[in-house]
Design a protein around this ligand. Structure first.
Ligand code: NAP
Length: 682
């Protein structure tokens, strides 16, 4: 039988496996069906291709263009999931596992794309924080900005999630504007290869943005420098080898590591048998032990329960585990499939042996279990195995041994401090979960334990119907953890994009910063517009264009009218003596909202025109009280423009309301939607 050749895609060409190719077996049948590995690739040329082709093409686009590209890519993949599902069953993954890996990966790409559009500018410079005033007169200011690194991102991925693991790194990398070289784990790299083929055939990505190395990455790491990033997911041992690379160390090459983790779950003292939380706890622990046959970096390895409930937890969990149907991954009735390989199965058994030195196995016998529709010995099957450690304080292996399969250990704790201390003995984890209905328990555990975990997942009767699961990293939230977990941080919305960008402190005059950032900065020139800006289409508005309005007096009658009309009769507007007793006011003053309304009256144009809607105000500050007799006018400046749809975009205006002395009395950002002169592609 000819083996399926798992190819590499480098420098614009697909390359067949070469002499260093390794055979790959179907996880559930043991049949060798594929081979992956190359016969030696020119990694210098591969990096060069990324840097000279992919990088410039990506950087020529802005964040929103790249976000649109990612959205299109995710949609393209989404339509082509079926062949990926079929192939992925060969990794031992059930349909539920596929949904985590394939649907989850595509969903992650969609979310990152959407965050790129909503939270990053429609340009190529990301502003990190606000403007820093560095001088008294405001002629010298500072701003932190982030721009794409000019090297390549090397992604080295683990075997367990060939699609999610790839896309959760790829989406932020491409959004940042950096090309990627993906090196999947060999054992499941055929699924990653299939997904890469789909992405490349879509024609959505620019040349050089994505390359694939199936097999070992040769001397690639020795060729990197400070403009490159290595983003690694895998075991702590491999991470240590890779991050010790001399070139990476001497060149200060960024190395983001997501490695193994002895995640714990804690049953709150209040969550006794009979409560909804107790059942929820069993359900989550069961799911985390069995999903993906326990081969999840976030899987629960340690189950911490109040000492009096140990027996009830072991009984309840054992019942659920006993009812879990293990079998051929493609069968609809299968709840747990196979491990990735026989080697992985042996490794899990070897690690479980270490745990067994300190804990008693209370459920699951690897020598006696049923498998539906597959040969239990030919495939890499294992039953879920539950251990009980009676003395977790003196034990060590249960806290530091990762059996990367369906293996977990129950431990009793005496009090909340003890529970947190045990959770922390994992030496740094990706996630700890807590099932409690008591907010005080949640706070205590967080304060005692947050420093040791990248994520704390708290569940109770209120959240349980909508909670996303202990083991699910979400694109919105950071994924990573300290110490043993690698010290890395991925995802977390825009935070994950910044790994692939350089933060630079820019110092200079406001005009310089306006030119660099594409956003009008306070103190920069405000050329007065020849025509009212509200009469001009999106394209015809330039950053800094300013309207200076006429003046409007504010009278006592205005204030009283506004109070009567709105019902806002706060004493500072209505009672002179009371207002004088207040430390903020010089006597009766106008309502802040009256100032805003008068401001709108000064700059708004009544006729139908390109301005479609006012969608909000941001950063509103009232800076100086406006007493009756004062006069106000407005400076309206185009601050930032963002394309939103194919017919209109958002214009953010800086609105400064000043009084007769020229002092600012209010300042805010006004958001409007403004029509394009001509329709344009989104
Ligand atoms: P692994 O053996 O450490 O391999 C991870 C990746 O590193 C694979 O792509 C592997 O390629 C590559 N690799 C291994 N040795 C290398 C070397 N000398 N030079 C360059 N690349 C090398 O881990 P795994 O068995 O695939 O995955 C399981 C582990 O990953 C578990 O410990 C799990 O906890 C961890 N994990 C962590 C996360 C997380 O987000 N924190 C997620 C998933 C998994 P080959 O396959 O070609 O050897």
């Amino acid at each position: 039988m000819t083996l399926h050749p798992v190819q590499s895609f480098v420098a614009g060409e697909w390359v067949m496996p070469g002499e260093r190719a390794r055979p790959i077996a179907d996880a559930a049948t043991g049949e060798v069906f594929a081979e992956a590995g190359h016969g030696g690739l020119d990694f210098g040329a591969i990096r060069e291709f990324a840097i000279t082709k992919g990088g410039p093409a990506l950087r020529a686009m802005g964040f929103h263009d790249r976000a649109r590209m990612l959205k299109a890519l995710a949609a393209y993949l989404n339509e082509r999931r079926a062949p990926l599902y079929r192939l992925s069953h060969r990794t031992g993954a059930t349909m539920a596992d596929n949904r985590i890996d394939i649907d989850g990966g595509i969903g992650t790409m969609f979310v990152i794309a959407s965050k790129g559009r909503r939270e990053m500018p429609d340009g190529d410079v990301y502003l990190d924080g606000g403007l820093e005033a560095l001088s008294r007169g405001g002629s010298f200011v500072g701003q932190h900005v982030c721009t794409a690194l000019q090297g390549v991102a090397v992604h080295i991925n683990a075997f367990n999630f060939p699609v999610w693991g790839m896309l959760e790194k790829l989406a932020p990398t491409l959004l940042a504007g950096m090309p990627a070289i993906v090196k999947p784990a060999t054992a499941s790299g055929y699924v990653a290869e299939a997904a890469v083929r789909i992405m490349l055939e879509s024609g959505i990505l620019p040349e050089g943005a994505l390359q694939l190395v199936s097999g070992d990455p040769g001397d690639l790491l020795d060729r990197l420098d400070g403009q490159d990033v290595v983003s690694f997911t895998g075991s702590a041992a491999t991470a240590l080898t890779l991050r010790s690379n001399h070139t990476l160390l001497s060149g200060a090459v960024r190395f983001v590591a997501e490695q193994d983790s002895l995640n714990a779950t804690i049953l709150g003292p209040d969550a006794a048998p009979g409560t909804p939380e107790f059942d929820l706890f069993l359900k989550e622990a069961h799911r985390e032990m069995t999903a993906k046959a326990g081969q999840k970096c976030t899987a629960i390895r340690r189950i911490l329960v109040p000492e009096p409930h140990v027996e009830a937890v072991i009984d309840g969990l054992s019942q659920r585990l006993a009812a879990t149907r293990i079998g051929a991954p493609e069968r609809e009735t299968t709840r747990m499939g196979a491990l990735i390989s026989q080697a992985q199965r042996q490794d899990v058994l070897a690690q479980a042996e270490k745990i067994a030195a300190e804990a008693e196995r209370v459920h699951g016998d690897p020598d006696a279990f049923e498998v539906d529709g597959a040969d239990a010995r030919a495939g890499a099957f294992l039953p879920p195995m539950l251990y009980h450690c009676a003395d977790p304080d003196r034990a060590a292996r249960v806290h530091d041994t990762e059996a990367f399969g369906p293996v977990a250990t129950v431990m009793g704790y005496a009090g909340l401090d003890h529970a947190a201390a045990l959770a922390n003995r994992g030496g740094g984890s990706l996630v700890v979960s807590l099932v409690t209905n008591d907010p005080n328990v949640a706070r205590t555990v967080t304060m005692e334990s947050a420093a040791y975990h990248g994520r704390i997942y708290i569940n109770n009767r209120t959240a349980m119907d909508e909670s996303t699961g202990h083991g699910s990293p979400l694109p919105h939230m950071v994924h990573g953890g300290p110490g043993r977990a690698g010290g890395g941080e991925e995802l977390g919305g825009v935070r994950g994009v910044l790994h692939y960008m350089q933060r630079t402190a820019i110092q200079g005059s406001p005009d310089m910063l306006t030119a660099i950032t594409g956003q009008w900065q306070k103190g920069a020139a405000r050329p007065e517009a020849a025509t009212h800006p509200f009469t001009r289409a999106f394209e015809d508005l330039a950053i800094g264009d300013t309207l200076e309005t006429g003046e409007r007096a504010v009278t006592l009658e205005d204030i009283e009218h506004f109070a009567a009309f709105t019902g806002d009769r706060f004493y500072a507007h209505m009672d002179e003596a009371a207002a004088l007793r207040n430390p903020f006011f010089p006597g009766r003053v106008a309502h802040g909202y009256l100032i805003l309304s008068f401001a709108a009256g000064l700059f708004v144009r009544p006729d139908e025109g390109p301005v479609l809607a006012n969608t909000g105000l941001e950063n509103l500050r009232f800076l100086k009280p406006v007493p009756p007799g004062a006069a106000i006018r407005v400076r309206l400046t185009v601050k930032r423009k963002t394309r939103r749809t194919d017919s209109y975009g958002e214009v953010r205006w800086n609105v400064e309301v000043v009084d007769q002395d020229g002092d600012a009395v209010a300042e805010y950002d006004l958001l409007t939607m403004v029509r394009y002169r001509a329709p344009r592609p989104r």
